[in-house]
Ligand binder design. Structure first.
Ligand SMILES: [Zn+2]
Length: 398
């Protein structure tokens, strides 16, 4: 297959482009064979991306909003509702929800997805066995990873923490926790780091998902990574509080994060819905400081988070929708320069074999967008796509 006169956004180029802006790409089998400057540089036929990577989802609870109702901005009400609803979850209902999510992601051009699985007690949740089966079934289409999502306070129970870490290790997952203004936060986080180090696990936190200026979870995590020389990957999702802290405080935290090699993940849809006032028009919108982080070399990811559940009653697994929202919410301009937020950066955060940079020899897992210039990216033509997986065109919804 040959693709002609395509723009390849600068952060996705794994080759020396020189002055050229448009490229011809030849595919051979499941690989990219060559990338060369187009003979004509005047008119693009579209934009080429590597297949998308979703660093943060919740496929165990998506599509439940009809049952539980939307929480209208109250994160803790949403958590409470899901806690009640979780008691009704069965293997069958979980499988239906998870498969629907994976189909949606796959058709949208997602090649890898990391989901959090609610894990609110020592024993593994029913969702884990379903996830493990689906991870096998979807191998080669959507590479799946999971994170245990446990309230940080549960790690104060030594036996419970040990049980969780063992099971996460057995199932090949990443250890996680929900961290927000907990009492004894440094001590409890230290316990999570102990377990990760003892079992050789990476870490992925929901951290500071709120607008309290005193929230210090992100800073504590960065300090622990450095104090422990923690060598596994550490991913921090949300980090909303950073948006309302004084510049000096936030910058100090970001410097610690950059020094610690943390990965930041911003979740535009759920943040917009849950953060900011609901009794009047919201002013604060909860997106973390993506641009200040980038200025320190810390390139964040944009990810899906919740889909049609109590935390976020709308949405889909189309990461290009999320990208468009993130661009507008955080003023990411020019948009092309931020396409690494849904490709390269999450690939690194998840430790994938391919970082998503397009170059001869890379996998032919690609998206061709109809958008021919910068401005069309954030519009219908920026979402209109041909998905190519292993060198073959996938029938898409668009
Ligand atoms: Zn989440």
């Amino acid at each position: 297959m040959k693709l002609e006169a395509l723009r390849i956004p600068a952060p996705l180029r794994g080759f020396a482009a020189g002055e050229a802006q448009l490229f011809d790409i030849a595919l051979a089998g499941d690989r990219v064979e060559s990338v060369v400057p187009s003979a004509q540089q005047a008119q693009a036929s579209g934009t080429l991306l590597s297949a998308l990577v979703d660093a943060h989802a919740h496929i165990d609870k998506n599509y439940t909003v009809q049952d539980v109702g939307a929480a209208q901005g109250n994160l803790f009400a949403a958590i409470e509702r899901m806690n009640r609803h979780r008691e009704s979850w069965t293997g069958e209902s979980l499988r239906l929800r998870m498969e629907r999510a994976l189909n949606d992601a796959w058709r949208s051009g997602t090649r890898a997805l990391r989901t959090h699985l609610d894990w609110v007690q020592a024993e593994p949740p029913a969702a884990l066995a379903v996830f493990e089966a689906l991870r096998e079934e979807w191998r080669g289409r959507v590479e799946l990873q999971f994170v245990s999502l446990t309230p940080l306070d549960l790690f104060a129970d030594m036996a419970a923490g040990e049980r969780i870490a063992r099971e996460v290790k057995r199932a090949g997952g990443t250890l996680g926790a929900f961290v927000y203004r907990n009492e004894g936060i440094v001590h409890k986080l230290g316990r999570v780091f102990d377990l990760a180090q003892q079992h050789g696990l990476g870490l992925d936190f929901h951290v500071d998902e709120g607008l309290d200026v005193e929230a210090s979870g992100l800073r504590s995590i960065a300090q622990l990574v450095r104090a422990r020389d923690f060598a596994q990957g550490v991913v921090c999702g949300h980090c909303c509080s950073l948006s309302v802290q004084d510049d000096a405080v936030a910058n100090e935290t970001l410097a610690l994060c950059a020094g610690a090699g943390l990965h930041l993940v911003a979740l535009p849809t759920t943040n917009l819905y849950l953060q900011g006032a609901w009794d009047r028009t919201p002013v604060q919108r909860g997106i973390t400081r993506i641009r200040e982080a980038a200025a320190r070399g810390l390139r964040a990811s944009l990810a899906t988070d919740n889909v049609q559940d109590a935390f976020y009653p709308y949405g889909s697994y189309d990461l290009l929708e999320t990208f468009g929202l993130g661009v507008q919410m955080a003023h990411l301009a020019p948009a092309s320069d931020w396409l690494d937020t849904v490709t390269v950066n999450p690939a690194k955060a998840l430790g994938l074999a391919w970082d998503g940079r397009i170059a001869p020899g890379c996998p032919a897992d690609l998206l061709v967008l109809s958008a021919t210039d910068e401005h069309e990216l954030i519009g219908p033509r920026g979402r209109q796509r041909t998905v190519i997986r292993a060198g073959r065109v996938l029938d898409t919804l668009n």
